[in-house]
Design a binder for this molecule. Structure first.
Ligand code: FAQ
Length: 327
């Protein structure tokens, strides 16, 4: 059924929206052909496409190390992880397409620098320990956020997230194991692991998005059960889970204000540099330009493949049409 765009709500729309809210409140999944408010559709397209772009751009910082992994075993695992991320991007673009958009349109917006993707992928990966820190912290943060999304109200997104989360768990372990190896290694290896933690800690906390009071989309997304937990709740969960993991590694979290708060039952932590976050999201992070350049180059180099695939599909369709005419 059609979405409702930019029009005064009629009594029919109000009735449909109330019925929709009831349906969602009853923990039912919304499917592509169901009626949904235009703003629900728009929010999902926004979030799922940003998520898809994040997976695809997110391949770049790690791809940087595939050719330089320190052993065959490490290389195989890293290669598999980066390929998984490509796959996540594809599931997510497919989920977005069920809402009536075309993935090419979404990609054009990314390549034009108009679409958002996660801030985290605009940081550089100068050392091998960054592969450990990304798996441990970035995939760890992604899991915290995505486990909640397995219960999101939109069926195709929820189902894609189930498979994605299983793979993210492998990524997280792969990263933590690299950190474990380095932190129990030579002093130089341990220093490399600590340096990676120092650089990735704060950007990982920013992945969860602005504080709840500054998050314009959260309240409505929570009402529609697109989001099940707020940005701050998830950030806190991630910190509480990750601090003991850092202790086990014998590494220090670069936050002098981090301490256990018995009364709250959570870790207190220092202020996040939201100015840095804003700059990175606005395109001024350390690697934003490099990342978009890499995506544009890949898109250009893949043009002949898309053209060949389209020509093949057309030929097949013509053949099928001819065969059915003869029959
Ligand atoms: N970076 O009102 P909210 C991964 C934007 S996948 C950039 O709180 P919302 C796997 C936000 O879009 C990582 N922009 O927004 C992997 C909004 O902009 P808009 C990605 C951000 O949607 C691992 C504005 O700020 N995960 O890591 C960020 O309710 C390793 C206001 O924010 C997902 O996308 C940010 N960090 O909540 C791959 C999960 N945060 O559109 C490779 C799905 C916020 O209004 C290697 N997404 N913004 O102009 C979500 O759960 C949500 O979209 C949030 C943001 C929680 C990210």
């Amino acid at each position: 059924m059609n979405s409702i765009k930019n029009q005064e709500p009629t009594s029919e729309t109000i009735r449909l929206e109330a019925r929709f809210q009831n349906y969602v409140d009853g923990e039912n999944k919304v499917e592509p052909k169901d009626w949904m408010p235009g703003a629900y559709r728009k929010t999902l397209i926004r979030q799922i496409s940003q998520h898809a772009h994040s997976e695809v751009v997110g391949m770049l910082p790690e791809a940087n190390w595939i050719g330089r992994a320190p052993s065959l075993r490490r290389k195989v695992a890293l290669l598999a992880k980066v390929q998984d991320e490509a796959g996540h991007g594809l599931y997510l673009y497919s989920a977005a397409e069920t809402l009536g958009v075309d993935r090419r349109e979404l990609l054009e917006e990314l390549l034009a620098g108009k679409a958002k993707y996660s801030s985290i992928f605009n940081y550089p990966t100068p050392s091998w320990a960054d592969m450990g820190a990304i798996g441990w912290l970035v995939d760890g943060a992604a899991i915290a956020n995505q486990v909640m999304l397995c219960r999101t109200s939109y069926g195709p997104y929820a189902r894609a997230m189930v498979k994605i989360c299983k793979e993210e768990s492998f990524h997280q372990r792969q990263g933590y194991e690299i950190m474990l190896y380095l932190s129990k290694g030579t002093p130089a290896q341990k220093a490399m692991a600590q340096d990676a933690l120092n650089r990735w800690w704060w950007p990982s906390l920013m992945m969860f998005g602005p504080n709840d009071a500054e998050s314009p989309n959260s309240a409505q997304s929570m009402r529609w059960k697109i989001k099940r937990k707020s940005n701050d709740e998830l950030r806190q969960e991630f910190i509480d889970k990750t601090v003991p993991q850092a202790e086990f590694l014998g590494l220090s979290i670069p936050d002098p204000e981090l301490r256990w708060n018995e009364a709250r039952g959570h870790y207190d932590f220092g202020p996040i540099n939201w100015e840095e976050f804003k700059q990175v999201v606005a395109g001024n992070g350390p690697c934003n330009r490099e990342r978009l350049e890499a995506r544009r180059k890949a898109d250009e180099e893949g043009r002949w493949v898309r053209e060949a695939a389209n020509a093949y599909a057309q030929k097949q369709a013509q053949r099928r049409a001819q065969t059915s005419e003869v029959a």
